[in-house]
Ligand binder design. Sequence first.
Ligand code: ACO
Length: 430
Amino acid sequence: MSDSKVVLQDSKSGQAHELPVHQGTYGAPVIDITSLNKQTGYFTYDPGFVSTASCKSDITYLDGNEGELMYRGYPIEQLAEKCNFLEVCYLLLHGELPNVGEKESFENSIVTHTLINESLLNFFKGFHYDAHPMAMMTGVVGSLSAFYHDSLDIQNPQHRMETAHRLIAKMPTIAAAAYKHRMGEPFMYPQNHLNYCGNFLHMMYARPVEEYEVDPMAEKALDILFILHADHEQNASTSTVRLAGSSDANPYAAIAAGIACLWGAAHGGANEAVLKMLDEIGDVKNIEKYLAKAKDKTDSFRLMGFGHRVYKNFDPRAKIIKTICHQVLEKYGDDPRMELAMRLEEIALKDEYFIERKLYPNVDFYSGIIYSALKFPVEMFTVMFAIARTAGWISHWIEMIADPSKKIGRPRQLYTGPASRNVPDISQRG
Ligand code: ACO
């Protein structure tokens, strides 16, 4: 794997150190610094992992300059067009798309795991009615480990895969239960004759007192959104799952850590933040004012749904989402926020500040408008992201645990605090 070397010259001692360089299938070459500290006594400093590859991975590749995204080598556009979400889950977990038999047996396995233990339903009752559903998701998913002692040997590949199936199957059930709790409505059990997204919509919107028919368009739109959100290589929440799981913590705890990280407005919480921002802007005539706020370094306001650590071009997911957004709004009626979002995008893309910094709309810029058209409350947007991303999180967790070179994640630091000093007597403290 090592193709070349870089030489690090220490200007103080004059000593030179050779470090191997690895080239993956695609992407920038990486300097292997695993021997750096032993060779030189130095650590590296890279807040936010801006220049650091934290692991090797076979799962997802994205090229931020070209605006390309692939799962296991398949372009996201083709997956969104030709596959359903469960096929993509299978692909992420196993490395290949399922054939007819594998697809059927995977779907059957997911269906057998859609129920949650009845006593888990009591957990929701402990939450206040207005608890944010992401708070419930973090708590309830973390608690799943308490129910599956028989299959929690993380060194056993079968147990790992069973955990993956359980999580993918139960996330919509838990998410819908969180929603029903907020609404004060009875929990709806999964309907296994429905497909993955149809079942989720049913658990969300059906009520025991009346018939509910799943709308095929809503089901399809949701399925595509889930495919687009299923994985995104070493993003903050996936890296959190890997770090939490690196201590051999149980996978439910690791996924709960990922959910907590995803909740932040700089990550999965952005779709919720975009709609709040559009509501705040309110009218096309206010766009300039808000753009000025976004550019003002003394103002903490940022254009939500814009910018990405890796994409310095259009996010390929945002392009697909914008198309679905038009289709959904055509059927469910216009949303004035769509026009506002499109004008905002148009104006920002012509603005020198955004051009210079290569800030483009990201996956979350339009997804919230679709969710809103499908009548999902704003607080559920990030929950939907979490359902989809569970497939990626658990695939990364499996990849990490199965890797014989796995180590506990333990970054170093640049200490900048006080030098060693003596504790003064309390009477002498200022
Ligand atoms: N609005 C205004 N300015 C921005 C924005 C924005 N949305 N995003 C970045 N910038 C500016 C920064 O102020 C900075 O300017 P400077 O060079 O003059 O200091 C420059 O662009 C680079 O930004 P960083 O914050 O250094 O970029 P980073 O890679 O750390 O952050 C992030 C990426 C967090 C996504 C950022 O673009 C952001 O906050 N966007 C809004 C939130 C959002 O949409 N998040 C969803 C991301 S996608 C996802 O997680 C699914």
